[in-house]
Design a protein around this ligand. Structure first.
Ligand SMILES: [Zn+2]
Length: 63
């Protein structure tokens, strides 16, 4: 059995600016609920601020 590569993408994050496709720099990471993290990302080109919620794969699913 070979696991599909999708399993490596359990924590989707913004890899590039949705506006201009430039790279994003992490400004700060704020701990959220249930192990989630709020990533504040700033575009290195247009300077746009983007907030991304990252859920760790081992986070409990129960609310
Ligand atoms: Zn941008």
């Amino acid at each position: 059995m070979v696991l599909p590569e999708q399993t490596l993408q359990a924590t989707p994050t913004l890899a590039s600016c949705p506006d201009c496709a430039a790279s994003l720099a992490v400004l700060r990471i704020i701990p959220g609920r249930a192990g989630a993290e709020y990533w504040t990302l700033r575009c290195t080109d247009c300077g746009g601020i983007h907030l991304d919620i990252v859920n760790p794969p081992n986070a409990p699913l129960t609310a």
